[in-house]
Design a protein around this ligand. Structure first.
Ligand code: TRP
Length: 447
């Protein structure tokens, strides 16, 4: 059976609440128990730095989130559970992807565009308060995914565009470096293109005020708050003012949250109670009890874990070692693919049969007597040099004619040492350049 690698990251910028539990933690842990999946879950602590510049908050959130996922039943033997900042291959890959990322692609990222729009509304400079970290967010996220060749990435709807960008960057890299990757001994393509997974039947939990439960609305119930705090917050959920014994509306937040914790029978019974006219006080009490019965055993484990951060640290280290067992050899090969391997391998592969030549190139340059161009072959030999032109414009036009029409299109008097030109080598070099240009234009069109 082919196993599917499923990977997701959790930004460590806050304290988990019931909405995170219902919408992300619980479904992810359940899915990780399936036979044919190889799950990778990680703490996206580099991503946290983009949003949070309070070190204590980042540190606290990492501990709380790690303890939460473990307390909720994540099995670190089964799942590769690690911390992004323990994987040096991720920032390294981020740079390789940065160098193939079209700036225009990143301009279109929702989070960046939203910041620019807010600035426009406030009459500020477009990029006021925007860090390069926010701008690069999608590239770091692509590296998270591509470093492990994940097949599937479960995320919330707000993250769909980021997965599309990861695919785009992977595809672009595959296109530009596929041949070099294979020459470096890699099979197939450098990167698997990841697919986004949106859990359709997972509830978005409403918060205390009826909007989606979210830290940014300050309407959350912390997952592991004290029972008394949870009761108090539930009591503050906004409801309608119908009489105590009047039938109640099951579109209420109180019912919606109940349903997210209850099984089918419990939900049906509660629906009848609403129709019969349960009071909001009783409905809220039933909700608090139902949540408590699911959360209490996990809270117990959470407290134990929080008291032993060294155990959590050891679990994360073991996870990082497992994750790096994949990422280290991948990056070692990628490094050679882009030309950054050891100098020794360049010296040997340069001389051996089947070694990759560089592309031919053209160059315009200035000398004392004017402006010249030259065409250089893939082996570094100069194939054509022009005479000196009076202006860069004339020089550029003559070069353009050479590229378009070949030697036949240019006036021989414009070429230095015209007699010594190897016409076949020039034609081959020009063809190679044109093919490369077409391939690049296609890759850009696909972006
Ligand atoms: N950006 C994601 C979020 O805020 C977290 C994240 C970081 C992530 N890297 C990832 C999710 C890689 C999936 C895959 O939800």
């Amino acid at each position: 059976m082919r196993t599917t690698r499923v990977l997701t990251g959790i930004t460590t910028s806050g304290t988990p609440h019931l909405g995170n539990y219902v919408g992300a933690i619980r479904p992810a842990i359940r899915a990780s128990r399936a036979e044919d999946v190889d799950s990778f879950f990680f703490l996206a602590d580099y991503h946290a730095l983009i949003k949070v510049d309070d070190p204590a908050r980042v540190a606290r959130s990492r501990l709380e989130i790690a303890a939460t996922w473990l307390a909720c039943g994540l099995d670190p033997e089964r799942v590769t559970f690690y911390r992004q900042s323990d994987i040096p291959e991720i920032p390294e890959l981020t740079w390789y992807l940065t160098c193939v990322a079209a700036k225009g692609l990143l301009n279109r990222a929702h989070a960046y565009k939203a910041a620019v729009d807010r600035n426009a509304e406030a009459g500020e400079d477009a990029d006021a308060g925007v860090t390069a970290g926010l701008y690069m967010y999608p590239v770091l996220m692509a590296a998270d995914i591509l470093a492990f060749n994940a097949h599937k990435v479960p995320v919330g709807r707000d993250q769909i565009q980021h997965i599309e960008m990861a695919r785009d960057l992977g595809q672009r890299f595959n296109h530009l470096y596929g041949a070099a990757w294979r020459a470096a001994g890699g099979g197939g393509e450098p990167f698997v293109l990841p697919e986004v997974v949106i859990e359709e039947n997972v509830a978005t939990l409403p918060g205390l005020d009826g909007r989606k439960m979210s830290k940014s609305y300050d309407n959350t119930i912390p997952l592991f708050a004290e029972p008394a705090t949870i009761r108090r917050l539930i009591a503050s959920i906004v409801t309608d003012s119908s009489a105590a014994d009047a039938p109640k509306d099951t579109s209420s937040n109180v019912f919606q949250i109940y349903q997210a914790f209850a099984d089918a029978d419990e939900t049906a019974a509660m629906r009848r109670a609403y129709a019969d006219g349960i009071s909001w006080g009783e409905a809220k009490q039933a909700l608090a009890e139902r949540i408590e019965s699911e959360v209490a055993p996990m809270r117990e484990r959470y407290r134990e874990l929080m008291a032993r951060p060294d155990d959590i640290e050891a679990i994360l280290h073991a996870g990082a070692a497992r994750a790096r067992a994949l990422a280290t050899p991948l990056l070692e090969r990628l490094r050679r693919t882009v030309g950054l391997g050891s100098l020794l391998s360049a010296a040997t592969s340069g001389g051996s049969a089947g070694a990759r030549r560089a592309l031919p190139g053209v160059k315009q340059y200035r000398e004392d007597d004017g402006f010249r161009f030259k065409l250089v072959g893939g082996d570094g030999a100069t194939l054509v040099t022009s005479v000196a032109f009076a202006s860069p414009r004339e020089c550029g036009q003559a070069l353009a004619r050479l590229r378009r029409e070949g030697l036949a299109g240019v006036d021989r008097a414009q070429l230095a040492e015209a007699d010594g030109i190897d016409a076949d080598a020039v034609a081959a070099a020009l063809a190679e350049l044109a093919a490369d240009e077409a391939a690049r234009a296609q890759a850009k069109g696909a972006a």
